[in-house]
Structures are given as structure tokens and as C-alpha cells.
Design a protein around this ligand. Structure first.
Ligand SMILES: [Mg+2]
Length: 433
């Protein structure tokens, strides 16, 4: 028996605002992590976090503290045997559920705690998270999913069938990943706060490093968006993929109008074209993109999709052609499992959202597991890559020629370096004094 004896939360913030790193049409700020450590009586320390922005971190840290009593004193074994009961203890807390339910700050705090427990489970098994998940029996994976509110789209039997089928050819798929790594794209070239010459130089550099898929931010003045898009397209040629991300800044009709102008650079997807909750709006934009570009420009969203119910509706409404799961926006691995299975049922490829603080470290495991056991295809699959803040993690992502290499260390790659926590802890770390 391994007991979780203490839950410690750290408010860790990185001063990214000054350089424009991470700047887009809506967000400016200091990339932050609500970082959770689970101490145990006789085992490793579990690590998990949710990604936030600057002062927002104060609120998620408070929410983790409010939920911590559901985790403190548990044994890893009881959580593993009754995972949905554990998950529901967090999402259905009789006083805190009112703050969600299953959305926003309280759900992100749940995600940090749930992910820390999964990190502990994988560390105790001595396996990286992707392998730990891929090797779990089908019934155990299904038992980790809370099907409440999604059985109209996906039943436990259907999930089991998808996971069983995922066993076919698994060894071949793993051998391919070990040889070649997992495909990715980079978002580091086109932050909205970067001047044109920096965009051009970074695009050229990324192309030389092997990336053949790049994403730029849009949602500034339309003429500026088009000018920057032309710069990137001229650098990467007609065959490389160029994706665009509006970070929800447009109205539905505005999105259609602006993408009509941007169609000349042949975008592969438009990400978050409008408000994240607007499922019918996304569906309308998706139909317009089909008419405009004959299926060449997909609608992508999901990094702030509040929960599995939103994804269910996006899929049912045929509103997305790319599903961007996020590792810590929702209630941790259990809920992401539900989302991956929904995507497989509806035949929509998953391209996880990454960047921020540690999101690349997290989602590489999810994408690899999805390929090995759920989606079982690389067609249209890429993990986002952003080249900053990896140095603060004990087991940072490794890439080669624009592809993620398989993580090997036990756990979820979420453990931060103690010296980084000490330096960037808000407000008393030396970086903030
Ligand atoms: Mg985005």
C-alpha cells in the first residue's frame, strides 16, 4: 500500500510577457503552473499541474487547496481499483460542484490533482505514462472513464471494442515510433507580438530544423494577418502545412469573412475561430470552410473545451475536423481517455494542444497512447510543439527533425526541477523580487 500523505501546491510563474512569447489575439501574460506534489509514505512523489496565466494562478492554487482533502490520505491502490469513484469525489464535491460543474477553475484544479495521481501510478509501475496506459487491459481502461453524460454518443461496450481493436498491430506502431518519433508542428514562429523580420527568421530556422507544419496566430488587423501569412507561406513553400489560430477573437461571420481572405495562403486549419462554447457557430464555420476550400481547411478547437460534454457536442454537430485535447484543462487523464475514445468513435484525428508550461511534456504521452491503442493511425495527427520552458522539467521533451522522441522515464514527465520551483515561485522567488 502506498499512501498519499501530503498535498503541496506551488504557485510557479514565468515572466514571459516581456518578450511577447505566447502572445496571441487575446492572451498576454506570464505563463504559469499550479504545480502539485503528492508526498507518499513509501514511494515516489507524484507531480501534476494545470497551466494558467499570471494572476489566474492564484485562483487555481486556492482551488487545489480546497479539493486536496479528497486526495490526502488515499492509497494509490484504492484509487486504482475504483477510479471513477475517486474522480467523482473531486468533480462532485457537494459544496464545490456549484463552481463548475466540471468546467473552469475548479475543473482545472481537479485536473492538476488527478494528473498527479496518474503520475504516481505510472512511477510506481516503473513505466512512462504512454506505456503504462497502452499496456493496461481493456476493462481497466474502460473502468477509468466516467461515462455519465456521454452514453448517447459512446457506450462502455463501444469503448471496449475500440480499445480491443487497438491491440491489433500495436507492436508495429510502437516500432515505427521508436524509429521515427511522433509527428509534430511548431507554433514558435508566429506569435502575434513578433515583428515581421522575426517571423521570417524563425520560420526559416524552423524549416531548416525539419518542421514541415507551422502555426501562426491571427486575429490582429486582417491586413496584418495576411501579410504575416504570406511571409510564412513564401518561406515554407506550397507543400508544408500552415495552420492559423485566432484564439476565439472573432464572431462567427467575421471568422468566415476573414478566412475567406486568408484562403489564398492555403491554411490547413483554423483553430479557435470563435468562442469556445459556440458549438453551432463552429459547425457553421466548418460548413463555410468546406464550401470555400473544398475540405482543405479544417476547423480545430479544444484547448479550452471545458469538458467531455463539449467535445461530444462538437463531434455530434460535425463542427470540427481536428480535435485538440488538452492534458490539464479538463479533469485529468480519466476525462482525456473519454475524449480520445469519442474522437475515435467519430473518426476525427486528435492533435493535442501544447506549449504553455509543460503541456508538451504532458501531451506527448497522450498522443502516443492514442496512436498505439485508440486512434491507431498517424493520418492527420500531430502534436503541437513550442520551444520554451522545457528546461524547468526533470524529463523534458526531446525532438528530432520536427518529431517527438518517445519519453522513457517513469511517470507523466510532469516533475519540475526543484531549483526552478524555488526561483520562479510567486511572489517570493528571486525571479519576482
Ligand atoms: Mg491555440
Amino acid at each position: 500500500m502506498t499512501s498519499i500523505t501530503e498535498v503541496t501546491v506551488h504557485d510557479v510563474r514565468f515572466p514571459t510577457a516581456a518578450s511577447g512569447d505566447g502572445s496571441d489575439a487575446i492572451n498576454r501574460g506570464d505563463y504559469s503552473a499550479t504545480y502539485v506534489e503528492l508526498s507518499t509514505d513509501d514511494g515516489p512523489t507524484g507531480a501534476g499541474f494545470t497551466f494558467t496565466n499570471g494572476r489566474g494562478n492564484e485562483i487555481t492554487c486556492a482551488a487545489v487547496d480546497a479539493l486536496a482533502h479528497h486526495v490526502r490520505g488515499r492509497t494509490v491502490q484504492e484509487v486504482t481499483v475504483e477510479p471513477v469513484a475517486f474522480w467523482r469525489s473531486l468533480v462532485a464535491d457537494v459544496q464545490l460542484r456549484w463552481l463548475g460543474p466540471e468546467k473552469g477553475v475548479i475543473h482545472m484544479a481537479t485536473g492538476a490533482l488527478v494528473n498527479a495521481v496518474w503520475d504516481l501510478r505510472a512511477k510506481l509501475a516503473g513505466k512512462p505514462m504512454w506505456r503504462y496506459l497502452a499496456e493496461l487491459p481493456t476493462d481497466e481502461l474502460v473502468a477509468n472513464v466516467d461515462f455519465r453524460h456521454i452514453t448517447d454518443a459512446l457506450t462502455p461496450d463501444e469503448a471496449a471494442a475500440i480499445l480491443d481493436k487497438g491491440r491489433d498491430g500495436l507492436a508495429d506502431r510502437l516500432a515505427l515510433l521508436e524509429r521515427e518519433g511522433f509527428p509534430s508542428y511548431t507554433t514558435s514562429v508566429g506569435w502575434l507580438g513578433y515583428p515581421d523580420d522575426k517571423v521570417r527568421a524563425l520560420t526559416r530556422e524552423a524549416y531548416a530544423q525539419g518542421w514541415r507544419a507551422m502555426k501562426m496566430k491571427v486575429g490582429g488587423p486582417p491586413a496584418d494577418d495576411l501579410r504575416r501569412a504570406r511571409i510564412i507561406r513564401s518561406e515554407i513553400g506550397p507543400d508544408a502545412l500552415l495552420m492559423m489560430d485566432a484564439n476565439q477573437v472573432w464572431d462567427v461571420d467575421e471568422a468566415i469573412t476573414n478566412m475567406t481572405a486568408l484562403a489564398e495562403v492555403d491554411p490547413y486549419w483554423i483553430e479557435e475561430p470563435t468562442h469556445a462554447d459556440d458549438i453551432l457557430g463552429h459547425a457553421r464555420i466548418a460548413r463555410a470552410m468546406d464550401e470555400l476550400a473544398g475540405g482543405r481547411c479544417r476547423v480545430a478547437t479544444g484547448e479550452v473545451a471545458a469538458n467531455k460534454v463539449i467535445f461530444k457536442q462538437l463531434l455530434q454537430a460535425e463542427a470540427i475536423g481536428v480535435m485538440q485535447i488538452d492534458a490539464c484543462r479538463v479533469g485529468g487523464v480519466n476525462e482525456v481517455l473519454a475524449e480520445m475514445l469519442l474522437a475515435a468513435k467519430f473518426g476525427v484525428p486528435i492533435c493535442p494542444h501544447a506549449g504553455g508550461v509543460g503541456l508538451c511534456e504532458y501531451v506527448q504521452h497522450l498522443a502516443i497512447f492514442d496512436y498505439l491503442r485508440v486512434g491507431a493511425s498517424l493520418e492527420g495527427r500531430m502534436v503541437e510543439y513550442v520551444d520554451h520552458l522545457h528546461e524547468h522539467f526533470v524529463d523534458p521533451v526531446r525532438t528530432r527533425d520536427g518529431r517527438y522522441l518517445l519519453p522513457a522515464a517513469p511517470g507523466y514527465s510532469a516533475t519540475m526541477r526543484p531549483e526552478s520551483i524555488a526561483t520562479f515561485r510567486f511572489p517570493d522567488g528571486p525571479a519576482w523580487r
